[in-house]
Design a binder for this molecule. Structure first.
Ligand SMILES: Cc1ncc(C[n+]2csc(CCOP(=O)(O)OP(=O)(O)O)c2C)c(N)n1
Ligand SMILES: [Mg+2]
Length: 702
């Protein structure tokens, strides 16, 4: 028998709830059918169904706690959303792209769920990015319950769980393992629901997963409980989710629930499954279709009459018809709203609120020391801040701190922070960059403030999916309902004499191309201290680039500027006044421009050096001022020349200040090559003082 239950009471669900499960499953299926009709009529622009997955999803929605637990669903989770209280019209609002769409305000495709009132965090299209965020969300919930100095603490419960779902194919994404790893290691209460319909678009499960069985593959992960259920059986599914949630609520760690489902409608309306799925497979699936088998069960067991089932079908049709009429008449978002919710509407890090005077004290300190001091101050001030990354802790084995001095980062930037604030707030991550950023996003969504470290810029790329498609887009795609303000500190750059290809990379221009992210790139110790404080106190995601070559340079040293020193974003620093030529630069080339300017002074050429300090936003006003003052500009950066951020500055000057120019704008960047190991190669590749001096000389003569 497909449905294993002795009596309704033994299921843990009342008769009316058992009947309501059918109503929700049918509502989900019929909404799919209606959307398919609307798509054929060109009244909506995309359709992806939840067909065949309804039973386990309605069960999960019933078994978990609404407004208490947290949810990271994926596009097939229509029935879960209905069970969590999303109404048919709210679902159709997203399909028609209405302004009133509670998922995204008409910004995302249909079935990209997000519902603030039900703790359903805005979801995206990339398969598998939800896993790590769900782990971070669960960890964030736990942090909210254990950290004692949080002001304005958001709600969290000691026995809450976080639900995350995905298909069988999505478990092939590396982030799946990264999430299982941290959930199991940290005993995070995460329910990984894998709805296995045996296909990822056209690729069958045996080509995705060893043995074609993800549950079996994961069954020996210590700390992870693996369960399997027939996901077309709502009652068995309900019991399985209940059992899993009891396990998690008791603090026993994550559960992977492998639910076997069907996919009767093809992947999406852009997919014709007949081209790869033979008819006998489709017929076999049809026999397990829960929307057909479950009402028969209800009647057979005397839980519902034929009339009740017929009435439910009628009511569902009427409800959908009404919702559809309302959705089709709904107002669309206004074009002038496109910039809304790209950044925080309440905290502007370029505003006067972030403009403070330094209160210098003590001897000049290095950039490493002043970043460390900023981190210390801010962790003291704000109990929500946690810090993690590779090797950032003093010692994971805390007991060893009596006999060893502690690590505190490969560059020692985080030294002593674990000792001072404890290992709940400062801890090592696994060696996995997507893990660092993905978990941080989940925590930040809950109201924790992660300040994480990527050890080398050269290794940020595994986290690129999380940065580009999640971190920078969360606020915009949820139409302001969710945000994930956090800071990613990254050691970057070359001039290391031996750093070579994979320890010398720059690449701020790549991130400047991701709307929603802010980028700071200090060139002095004091600026690093003030800009980092702004990064931490602002309400947006910030990429904070720390140049390894500047970390301990005597020229960049400065006195500690006090615990409230902040430098606003988008306000350049005039590093040197001059009247003949301007150099607009940032990072490690600021000092090289200063040296060139010094040399040219002897030749009677007066060079102004502008240090942008932040790349996003960048100071357009300072650029205007210096162009109007000198009429000759060199844009200089360490990143490779082609498509470097200097091209953007040059374009702004050409577009807005052309009339002031006495010479073409010149650019210097690294050669369009990687950075070589041998010092002679590095010298030839990265901008040097000689080359800068020569370019300025030529510019002066033009
Ligand atoms: C990172 C990424 N790669 C590819 C895609 C395109 N894509 C969307 S769904 C999908 C298949 C997912 O299959 P599965 O995880 O089994 O879920 P199902 O659709 O079967 O429920 C693919 C390849 C994507 N959205 N994201
Ligand atoms: Mg699948």
């Amino acid at each position: 028998m497909a449905l294993r239950v002795d009596s309704p009471t033994a299921t843990g669900l009342s008769r009316s709830e058992l009947v309501d499960m059918y109503r929700l499953m049918l509502l989900s299926r019929k909404l799919d059918d209606e959307e398919i009709k609307l798509k054929k009529q060109n009244l909506i622009y995309f359709q992806i169904s939840g067909a065949g997955h309804e039973a386990v999803l309605v069960a999960a929605g019933k078994a978990l706690r609404k407004g208490y637990d947290w949810f990271y669903p994926y596009y097939r989770d229509r029935a879960l959303m209905l069970a969590l209280g999303m109404t048919p019209v709210e679902i159709l609002y997203e399909a028609v792209g209405a302004a009133a769409d509670p998922n995204s305000g008409g910004r995302q495709m249909p079935s990209h769920w997000g519902l603030k009132r039900a703790n359903v965090v805005s979801q995206s299209s990339p398969t598998g990015t939800q896993f790590l965020q769900a782990v971070g969300c669960a960890e964030g919930g736990r942090l909210l319950t254990v950290l004692d100095q949080i002001r304005d603490r958001r709600p969290a419960y000691k026995d809450e769980v976080t639900y995350v779902s995905a298909g069988d194919g999505t478990t092939s994404e590396g982030e799946f393992w990264e999430a299982i790893n941290s959930a199991a290691t940290g005993a995070a209460p995460v329910l990984f629901l894998i709805t296995d319909n045996q296909y990822a678009i056209s690729v069958p499960v045996e080509a995705q997963t060893p043995g074609g069985d993800i549950g079996r593959c994961m069954s020996s992960v210590p700390g992870l409980r693996v369960m399997r259920v027939d996901g077309t059986d709502p009652i068995a599914s309900y019991q399985a989710v209940m059992e899993a949630s009891q396990h998690m609520r008791a603090g026993k760690g994550p559960v992977l629930l492998h639910a076997m489902v069907i996919r009767p409608y093809g992947h999406s309306m852009s997919d014709d499954e007949v081209s790869y799925k033979p008819s006998h497979e489709r017929e076999e699936e049809a026999r397990r279709d829960p929307v057909l088998t479950y009402p028969k069960y209800l009647v057979r067991e005397g839980i519902a009459s034929e009339e009740t089932i017929a009435q439910i079908q009628k009511d569902v049709d009427a409800e959908i018809a009404e919702a559809e009429a309302q959705a089709l008449a709904a107002a669309k978002p206004k074009p002038e709203t496109i910039y809304d919710h790209l950044y925080s509407p309440t905290v502007d890090p370029s505003s006067a609120a972030f403009e403070t005077e330094p209160k210098p004290e003590g001897q000049p300190e290095t950039m490493v020391t002043l970043i460390n001091r900023c981190l210390r101050d801010e962790m003291e001030r704000d109990g929500r801040i946690v810090m993690f990354g590779e090797d950032v802790a003093d010692a994971t084995r805390e007991q060893n701190l009596e006999s060893v001095p502690g690590k505190g980062g490969v560059f020692k930037v985080t030294a002593g922070l674990q000792k001072k604030f404890g290992k709940t707030r400062v801890f090592n991550s696994p060696l996995a960059e997507a893990n660092i950023v993905g978990r941080a996003i989940g925590m930040a969504t809950r109201g924790i403030k992660p300040v994480v470290e990527i050890q080398f810029f050269d290794y940020i790329w595994p986290a690129m999916m999380q940065i580009r498609n999640e971190l920078t887009m969360m606020r915009w795609r949820s139409n302001g309902d969710f945000s994930c303000p956090l800071v990613i500190r990254v050691a970057t750059g070359g001039y290391l004499q031996g750093g070579s290809i994979y320890h010398s990379q720059s690449g701020e221009s790549i991130f400047a191309h991701c709307p929603g992210l802010r980028i700071a790139f200090p060139s002095t110790a004091q600026d690093a201290n003030g800009l980092l404080r702004t990064a931490i106190r602002c309400d947006d995601p910030v990429l904070f680039l720390e140049h390894k070559n500047i970390y301990r340079q005597p020229y960049a040293k400065g006195p500690y500027p006090g615990p409230d020193y902040m430098v606003p974003f988008g306000k350049a620093r005039v590093a040197r006044e001059g009247s003949n030529i301007s150099v607009i630069t940032w990072g490690a080339t600021v000092n090289r421009a200063m040296q060139a300017a010094q040399r040219l002074e002897a030749e009677g050429i007066s060079v102004e050096v502008i240090d942008l300090r932040t790349v996003v936003p960048f100071d357009r006003e300072a650029i205007r001022r210096t162009v109007e003052k000198t009429a000759r500009v060199l844009v200089l950066h360490e990143d490779v020349l082609t498509a470097g951020f200097g091209g953007e500055i040059a374009a702004v000057i050409a577009e807005h200040h052309f009339d002031w120019l006495d010479a073409p704008v010149r650019r210097i960047g690294a050669t369009d090559t990687p950075v070589g190991y041998a010092p002679d190669l590095e010298d030839a590749i990265l901008p040097q003082v000689d080359g800068i001096t020569q370019a300025l000389r030529e510019l002066a003569k033009y």
